[in-house]
Design a protein around this ligand. Structure first.
Ligand SMILES: [Zn+2]
Length: 402
């Protein structure tokens, strides 16, 4: 029994099971990072002995995670030929499930985060029993998985729901359906599918999705999200901030001075009451007397000076609230957007970025990167969250929640 060079802990503190898991992780990691390798190359890369490499490869092959394919030819310098081993990212699949505007969107991805299949269907009409809604999610995931028999078994799921989520407790905490509150949605779906399930709110999923593509920014990042509501998410030390009740990031319910608009939370002056998509669209209709375009980009394109002034004021108010977040959390990068409503709204983004840099405390604003973020990040983030639920030796290198 030996310990790979990259073992996370000193050997004297590791149990036999720990050592075995570290050996498996080292072999999987080498194959994922380098592609096809012979057993001899695996031994050199991991520092493991040949018998250990052989045993680990046997175990991984039995689980379908590693396959033999192709031969390494003898090198001119005397390198030994050998059968090449490959990691199979499709040996397990993860699923992202999103309930959005009465529709259920299901995505299947492999362990490298590649999307393999997608379905979109009307959600079950909201019944009296929330378990029926969760059961419909399980049916959609199983149906999509069953149409792709070439893929490995489902291994983990991330569920994105509207309203509020307590990710750490796996609960859907603020549900707008009457009589529903604090629902153990993750445990319910996990019981139905027989795999681990995480719930994650749409804003956090969107930030995580961006970080999955830009891991260098994961240590200290924030997102300001504008859609039906206004929200934010942030990482500190590479980890998502959840808060005591999972409600960290409620930027939309920070109260702005001098604003009297009634918010759907029942209070007055919230950021959300003057910067959300429904508010901006209603203002567009009030100013122009015409139906509002569905996106910020569409509103900007109308060129009406009063509309642009209204959008500039909203960008300023949003930047003011975000500047408090920047001062408190001190992120290296702030992303803006993440919803189809904000996709392509370049003028609004530029105003927001400019005002944010001007309003934040100078040491926090110096070097602060402010970048637009597309709505495509959300599903990628849910896939990342599901991937972080895989057995430790199969998890991705980036770990934001687990
Ligand atoms: Zn509010």
């Amino acid at each position: 029994m030996d310990v790979p060079a990259a073992a996370p802990r000193p050997a004297e503190r590791m149990s036999t099971a720990d050592i075995r898991e570290a050996n498996v992780a080292a072999v999987c990691g080498a194959l994922r990072d380098h592609g096809g390798l012979t057993r001899a190359q695996l031994g050199r890369l991991t520092g493991l002995t040949r018998p250990t490499v052989m045993a680990v490869v046997r175990q991984l092959a039995a689980e379908g995670l590693v396959v033999e394919e192709g031969q390494l030819k003898a090198a001119a310098g005397g390198g030994r030929p050998g059968t090449l081993l490959h990691f199979r990212p499709r040996a397990r699949v993860v699923s992202a499930v999103r309930l959005r505007s009465a529709r259920v969107e299901v995505t299947l991805a492999d362990m490298a985060g590649n999307v393999l299949a997608h379905s979109l269907a009307p959600a079950a009409p909201e019944p009296g029993d929330w378990r029926e809604l969760v059961a419909s999610f399980a049916e959609r995931v199983t149906a999509l998985r069953d149409t792709h028999p070439d893929l490995g078994p489902l291994a983990a799921v991330a569920l994105t729901l509207p309203g509020s989520i307590d990710r750490a407790r796996g609960r859907w905490t603020v549900v707008r359906s009457e009589g529903w509150s604090d629902l153990p949605a993750a445990d319910e779906l996990a019981g139905m599918l027989g795999v681990p399930v995480a719930v994650v709110n749409v804003v956090a999923a969107t930030l995580i999705g961006r970080l999955a593509q830009e891991p260098a920014a994961a240590d200290s990042a924030a997102l300001v999200y504008v859609g039906h509501g206004v929200g934010s998410a942030a990482t500190v030390g590479g980890r998502l901030i959840d808060g005591a009740t999972g409600s960290a990031g409620e930027l939309g319910h920070c109260v702005l001075p001098g604003v009297d608009a009634l918010c759907r939370c029942g209070r007055r002056g919230c950021v959300e009451s003057v910067a959300s998509a429904p508010h901006l669209r209603a203002e567009f209709e009030r100013i122009t007397g015409r139906p509002a375009p569905p996106t910020l980009a569409g509103m900007e394109a109308c060129g009406d000076a009063a509309v642009l002034g209204m959008l500039d004021l909203a960008a300023h108010r949003l930047a003011l609230a975000a500047s408090w977040q920047v001062n408190v959390v001190n992120p290296a990068v702030v992303y803006f957007g993440g919803n189809v409503f904000t996709d392509g709204g370049t003028r609004f983004f530029e105003r927001f970025a400019e005002e944010l840099r001007a309003l934040a405390y100078r040491p926090n604003a110096a070097g602060l990167a402010v970048r637009p973020l597309s709505s495509e990040a959300t599903v990628r983030g849910a896939i990342q969250v599901a991937s972080e639920l895989l057995p430790s030796f199969l998890r991705p290198a980036l770990r934001v929640v687990c």
